[in-house]
Design a protein around this ligand. Structure first.
Ligand code: T5A
Ligand code: NA
Length: 210
């Protein structure tokens, strides 16, 4: 039988937009609906590369900007065999941040072009759906623990948001913009319906490449 593959569904957005909350809710709802679904996140902090990245984010170490960009990308590449295996087993993967975070955050730094930032992720499995949780940086700053980790500063987040807007112009990707200022429940139903659509579509399209 031709493989009925799972979908690769990515959630993106500025810090505190609600990505982790919605990723978890989506996986739970899909599983409850009888689908095979699993959660992934980037950075995946549990690998050796992930531990380096995690201490960098916690400001416990300093890494040169190009170096850390390549480590974030390597942290995705090290999961590619697993991602492909799961998708081919029919498991839908809900991914909390992916290559677009990598590009949006590094290119918000001085003297990093979008083009340079995209290169290391070229060839990664292409998401079937990218849900962009749109939230203005002033609203984001009011939520949770904002301000503890590296990058959690409104002027930097504003640059990140502008980089995301550039990335969203790529019409070869399936971006859906969601108003993340809505309540958790309403957002969840909107996200779930986009996800179900993408899962249907993925059944008859091969896995693409970024
Ligand atoms: N990064 C990441 C790079 O520079 N390069 C890369 O390649 C990658 C992958 C990683 C950092 O690394 C950078 C980007 C980041 O700066 P992380 O581990 O993803 O960061 O960050 P976290 O701090 O875990 O998560 P975020 O800050 O991004 O938050 P989320 O996941 O968007 O938000 P969430 O769901 O945790 O919610 C935040 C708070 O808001 C509340 C929640 O209860 C929580 O308190 N909330 C809502 N409140 C009101 N209305 C709603 N609809 C709400 N939804 C959630
Ligand atoms: Na998160």
């Amino acid at each position: 039988m031709a493989g009925r593959r799972g979908a690769l569904i990515v959630l993106e957005g500025v810090d505190r937009a609600g990505k982790s909350t919605q990723s978890r809710r989506l996986v739970e709802a899909l599983q409850a609906g009888g689908h095979q679904a699993e959660l992934l996140r980037f950075p995946e902090r549990t690998t050796e590369i992930g531990r380096l990245i995690s201490s960098y984010l916690e400001k416990k170490n300093n890494l040169e900007d190009h170096t850390v960009h390549l480590l974030f990308s390597a942290n995705r590449w090290e999961q590619v065999p697993l991602i492909k295996q799961k998708l081919n087993q029919g498991i839908t993967l809900v991914v909390d941040r992916y290559a677009f975070s990598g590009v949006a955050f590094t290119s918000a730094k001085e003297s990093f072009s979008l083009e340079w930032c995209k290169q290391p992720d070229a060839g990664l499995p292409k998401p079937d759906l990218i849900l962009f949780l749109q939230l203005c940086t002033s609203e984001a700053a009011k939520r949770g623990d904002f301000g503890k980790e590296r990058y959690e500063e409104s002027s930097f987040q504003e640059k990140v948001l502008q980089s995301y807007y550039h990335l969203m112009k790529d019409k070869t990707l399936n971006w859906k913009v969601i108003d993340a200022s809505k309540n958790i429940e309403d957002l969840h139903y909107e996200i779930k319906s986009f996800a179900e659509e993408a899962m249907q579509e993925a059944l008859h399209t091969p896995i693409g490449e970024l």
